[in-house]
Design a protein around this ligand. Structure first.
Ligand code: TA6
Length: 300
C-alpha cells in the first residue's frame, strides 16, 4: 500500500489521522486531536514533531534535515534497530541499523475514548533489510498522541535461535539553550564516554559545555531535562530500557555533520531511550521485547 488515497481510506480517521505527501514528496502522516498533535514520515516511521495543546513543541527538527529516500533525518525520533551505533562485526553496515531509512507501513489506527489517537507501523521486510539482518524479526512501532507522547518499539524474534537486540528511540528534544539545560536522574550511573573514552560515573546532573556522547548503563525508568530558558522540565519515563544515551555534538561536530544548521546544537539535546553496549537484549526464539517511552513536560 503506497499511495496516500489508499492509506487514508484504510488508516485515516476524520479530524485525527491524515496521510499526505510531505517534504521531498515523502509520505507523511499528521496526527491531531484536542490534546496534542504529531507528524511522522512513513520512511523510518520517523516522528518529526510533537506538541501538546497549549505547550511549546517538545521535539527538535533540524531546518537542514534532508528529506530524501534512504536518507536519515536529522532530528525527531530516529529508530535505531536492530543495533545501536556501529554494527558489532560488520563496519560496512549503517550505523544505528537500517530501520530509520527503510519503508514502514501502517498496520492499525484508532481514536481512543480518552481523546488520544494511536497509530501503529511495521517495518517492511525486503531483500535489502534481510541483507543487513538475515535473522527473521518483526518490528512494530506503536505511537499514542495526547497531552503526552507514548512510543513503543516492539521486536519479535521469528527465528528458531536467540537474537542479540540493540535498539533505541534516538530522540532530539527542543531546548532553549543547551548550555543552560541539565539532564537529571542519571546521578550515580556508570557511562561509556565516546568522546573522552573509558568508563566513568555520573555525579549530579549532566551539563553540556562541549561535545557530549555518553552511553549510561543500567539506568532507571525515568529521567528529565530541566530547561530554564523555556521554563520547563521534560519528563522521560521508560520501560524495557536499560541504557540512556546523552548526546550533543557541540560546535566542531555540528560543522562536520552539516545537517544541523550552524547553531543547531544550541537548541537540541538527545536523551535516547535504549538497550546498547553491555545492555543489549538476548531475545529468545519466539519472544517479544518492548522498548516503551512516554514524554511529557511540566513548568519548571
Ligand atoms: O546517539 C549518539 C550517536 O551515536 C552519536 O555518536 C552520533 O553519531 C549520533 O548518534 C548521530 O548519529 P547519525 O548516524 O544520525 O549521524
Amino acid at each position: 500500500m503506497s499511495n496516500v488515497a489508499e492509506l487514508n481510506r484504510t488508516y485515516g480517521i476524520a479530524g485525527q489521522i491524515r496521510f499526505l505527501k510531505g517534504p521531498g514528496d515523502m509520505a507523511v502522516v499528521e496526527i491531531e486531536n484536542d490534546l496534542g498533535c504529531a507528524s511522522m514520515t512513513l520512511q523510518g516511521a520517523h516522528l518529526v514533531g510533537f506538541q501538546a495543546v497549549g505547550e511549546q513543541p517538545l521535539i527538535w527538527m533540524s531546518d537542514e534535515a534532508v528529506f530524501a529516500p534512504g536518507k536519515s533525518l536529522r532530528g525527531g525520533v530516529p529508530i535505531c534497530w536492530p543495533w545501536f551505533g556501529p554494527h558489532a562485526t560488520d563496519p560496512g553496515l549503517p550505523g544505528h541499523g537500517p530501520a530509520r531509512t527503510v519503508g514502514w507501513k501502517p498496520v492499525a489506527s484508532s481514536a481512543l475514548e480518552d481523546g488520544r489517537t494511536t497509530i501503529s507501523f511495521e517495518m517492511i521486510d525486503t531483500d535489502a533489510t534481510r541483507k543487513q539482518c538475515a535473522h527473521p524479526l518483526r518490528v512494530q512501532l506503536h505511537v499514542t498522541v495526547g497531552r503526552t507522547l507514548q512510543m513503543v518499539l516492539e521486536t519479535t524474534n521469528l527465528g528458531s535461535t536467540p537474537f542479540i537486540l540493540g535498539d533505541a528511540l534516538h530522540t532530539y528534544f527542543l531546548v532553549g539553550d543547551v548550555r543552560q539545560a541539565q539532564v537529571e536522574g542519571l546521578d550515580g550511573c556508570d557511562y561509556l564516554d565516546k568522546v573522552a573514552g573509558g568508563s566513568h560515573t555520573q555525579h549530579g546532573a549532566v551539563t553540556i559545555a562541549s561535545e557530549v556522547d555518553r552511553i549510561y548503563l543500567g539506568t532507571g525508568n525515568s529521567c528529565a531535562i530541566s530547561d530554564p530558558v523555556m521554563g520547563r522540565r521534560i519528563l522521560i519515563h521508560s520501560e524495557g530500557s536499560a541504557s540512556t544515551i546523552v548526546w550533543n555534538p557541540w560546535i566542531e561536530k555540528t560543522l562536520r555533520m552539516g545537517d544541523l544548521g550552524p547553531d543547531g546544537y544550541l537548541k537540541m539535546l538527545c536523551v535516547e531511550t535504549a538497550n546498547a553496549a553491555d545492555d543489549v537484549v538476548e531475545l529468545a526464539a519466539g519472544a517479544t521485547h518492548r522498548l516503551a517511552v512516554e514524554y511529557s513536560s511540566e513548568p519548571l
